[in-house]
Design a protein around this ligand. Structure first.
Ligand code: 5RP
Length: 228
């Protein structure tokens, strides 16, 4: 049986066209997109310039021979391909399970088209029921932000590494993973409230940013959905 992440990740790589400037997301599904893009560069002579959304993707892209360009040298990206932790019927998402939410959101914000690659288990009715919402915070502000998160109905947990140390993002910040008892009722309102809290750098709510969704299914199909 094929891995749903591999099916979705590889299928979305076919959106890339010669001459494009492409944003490269982060995570285990996008990993397969990177591999397929590298194959196409090798086999078809595909010419692209790519902006990675994390140090992890930067390293992988370099190893695979994908040509990179600094964010400051591009105004717009033609296409970004990224993963998600949850995505609902409106294509609103929770992202940041891999800790790359800030750079992912910056890159998404300058992308003409954002393609999302997921296994079918990531498609949900309501955000935040199964996956905790990542919120990136400045370390100095963490105690203040934790209280503000609780006041907004969240149960925040400071993210740790497998070794038990505090997880530090590529931007030298910390991440609170926020549980909500019944999921997130109004994502737009919550996002606005979170952004008003001093010390919160970015939230893992990606609202209105995705255009096309590639869902890898356990039966070997890839379902492609365009935003209505
Ligand atoms: C990283 C992300 C990832 O896109 C998200 O966590 C999905 O990862 P995976 O494809 O490994 O399930 O938002 O910050």
């Amino acid at each position: 049986m094929k891995n749903p992440k591999e099916l979705a990740g590889r299928a979305a790589a076919e959106l890339v066209r010669d001459g494009m400037q492409v944003g490269l997301g982060t995570g285990s599904t996008v990993h397969f997109t990177l591999v397929r893009i590298a194959e196409r560069i090798h086999d078809e002579g595909l010419r692209i310039l790519a902006v990675p959304t994390s140090e992890d993707t930067l390293r992988k892209a370099r190893e695979l021979g994908i040509p990179l360009v600094e964010l400051g040298r591009v105004e717009r990206l033609d296409l970004t391909i990224d993963g998600a932790d949850e995505i609902d019927g409106r294509f609103d998402m929770i992202k940041g399970g891999g800790g790359a939410l800030l750079r992912e959101k910056v890159v998404a914000s300058i992308s003409a088209r954002e393609a999302i690659v997921v296994g079918e288990d990531k498609v949900v009715e309501r955000l935040g029921v199964r996956f905790k919402l990542p919120v990136e915070v400045v370390p100095f502000a963490a105690p203040v932000v934790a209280r503000a998160l609780e006041a907004l109905g969240a149960r925040p947990t400071l993210r740790k590494t497998a070794a038990g140390a505090t997880f530090v993002s590529d931007n030298h910040n910390w991440i609170f993973d926020c549980a909500f008892a019944n999921g997130i009722e109004d994502a737009a309102r919550l996002d606005q409230a979170l952004k008003r809290v001093p010390g919160i750098v970015e939230t893992g709510l990606f609202l209105g940013l995705a255009h096309v969704l590639f869902i890898g299914c356990a039966d070997g199909r890839v379902e492609v959905r365009e935003k209505k």
